[in-house]
Write a protein that binds this ligand. Structure first.
Ligand code: HEM
Length: 415
């Protein structure tokens, strides 16, 4: 007798799942590619795991980003979205709105957050990277999350926005609070977000009087040229740039370094290329690290504005849909040998930065930070190695982001 029933579904949202969700995602892609499940918060949502469905869903304008379209909007208050954003009145940001508001705000911020601004920022990112490595290079050991991956993006985005250096450590603390409690107690986070909002509103106010070269001044200037950005929208924009720009990049550096340490052959290739002055492999390599174990496990919330089907599955109006980027990016229908890390992978249209109108605005900055951080680490600490058993590492169990809590490493101290 032949048993045709599928193997049982691996559990979702457990500790085991957090450390390696890929077997569960392979199961879902194969047996239940559009799957309704209860999330840890109790909210029910559809998980979309195949690449073709995921890409289509990300670009589908019948799926709204605005939580008012959630069928549980009235009683599921506060359970979707970024912790604290409601109480701090920061809801009108890019990841919560649809066209035409989204089109207007995105056009505005794109005028200020230009590829040129990012390119000009490269020396500053290099300087920040070296300063952080200086802090531990002589010691022979470090926790790369706390001492490197976490502070780098927060200082970088604070600098770019024009937050004065003396206030940046407050942002570091607020950011730490958001990361630590992202999926946990919401009271402290809400307070923290409120304080951040008050600070940003005051800063925007001050900058209006005294415009500089920074991104917040750029936003204010852009809005003076015909289009309108309310104070609330400006604060929400600064907030989403901070929020979307830090934990993601922390995890690009953390997950990326970890993947390199676990794949010595690939890491050696990259080190050799860098030593020969060839940055090509670094560029394709950072893209591959995003595909292989990207920071954003699930794209942010989407809600069906009418009954529709995805991958043959009927979705009812008001249902939340979560596109599982991490699952789509390992889909064997799209990527050859998807579970292998190949830093020179060329056919690599991964969804790590999303797709469609909400495609990551900060991708050029993230790439700059990722490349600078990884290349500088490998150049300065060439014998970098994990100093604990990988089994001992703990992953954060948040819903949207995927990243390590700590990454203890050892290396020969710099003289
Ligand atoms: C949107 C990933 C870094 C700003 C997104 C989305 C993804 C993403 C997947 C789309 C979410 C969705 O459709 O639901 C990443 C990754 C990063 C990164 C993997 C790092 C490796 C950054 C940085 C910034 C940033 C550094 C800004 C400084 C944004 C903004 C949006 C966004 C503003 C919303 C765009 C819109 O809705 O139009 N990001 N991001 N991101 N990202 Fe990033």
């Amino acid at each position: 007798m032949h048993d045709n029933s599928p193997p049982p579904m691996p559990p979702l949202f457990t500790w085991e799942f957090a450390s390696d969700p890929y077997p569960a995602y392979a199961w879902l892609r194969e047996h239940a590619p559009v799957h309704r499940t209860a999330l840890p918060s109790g909210v029910e949502a559809w998980l979309v795991t195949r690449y073709a469905d995921a890409r289509q869903a990300l670009a589908d304008q019948r799926l709204s980003k605005n939580p008012v379209h959630h069928s549980e909007a009235a009683h599921g208050k506060g359970k979707v979205g970024i912790p604290g954003e409601r109480s701090a009145n920061l809801m009108t940001h890019l990841l919560n709105i649809d066209p035409p508001d989204h089109t207007r705000l995105r056009r505005l911020v794109s005028k200020a957050f230009t590829p040129r601004r990012v390119a000009e920022f490269a020396p500053r990112v290099q300087e920040l990277t070296d300063r952080l490595i200086d802090g531990f290079a002589g010691r022979g050991e470090a926790d790369l999350i706390h001492e490197f991956a976490f502070p780098l993006p927060i200082y970088a985005i604070c600098d770019m926005l024009g937050i004065p250096p003396e206030d940046q450590d407050d942002f570091r603390d607020w950011a730490g609070m958001m990361i630590r409690h992202g999926g946990g107690p919401r009271g402290g986070v809400a307070r923290s977000v409120k304080r951040m909002r008050t600070y940003l509103a005051e800063l925007i106010h001050r900058k209006r009087e005294d415009l500089g070269d920074d991104l917040i001044s750029g936003l204010i200037r852009a809005s003076d040229h015909g289009e309108h950005l309310t104070e609330n929208e400006a604060a929400a924009m600064a907030f989403i740039l901070l929020f979307a720009g830090f934990e993601t990049t922390v995890n690009l550096i953390g997950n990326g370094t970890y993947a390199l340490l676990r794949n010595p052959g690939q890491r050696a290739r990259l080190q050799d290329a860098l030593a020969a002055g060839d940055e090509g492999l670094l560029a394709t390599g950072v893209e591959e690290l995003l595909r292989y174990d990207g920071p954003v496990e699930l794209a942010t919330w989407r809600f069906a504005t009418r009954d529709l089907t995805i991958g043959g599955q009927r979705i009812a109006e008001g249902d939340p849909v979560l596109v599982v980027l991490a699952a789509a990016d390992r889909d064997p229908e799209r990527f050859a040998d998807p579970d292998a890390l190949d830093l020179s992978r060329s056919d690599n249209q991964h969804l790590g930065y999303g797709h469609g109108i909400h495609y990551c605005l900060g991708a050029p900055l993230a790439r700059l930070e990722g490349r600078t951080a990884l290349a500088t680490l490998l150049r300065r600490l060439p014998d970098l190695r994990l100093s604990v058993d990988p089994e001992e590492l703990r992953w954060r169990g948040g819903l949207i982001m995927r990243g390590l809590r700590t990454l203890p490493v050892a290396f020969s101290p710099e003289p």
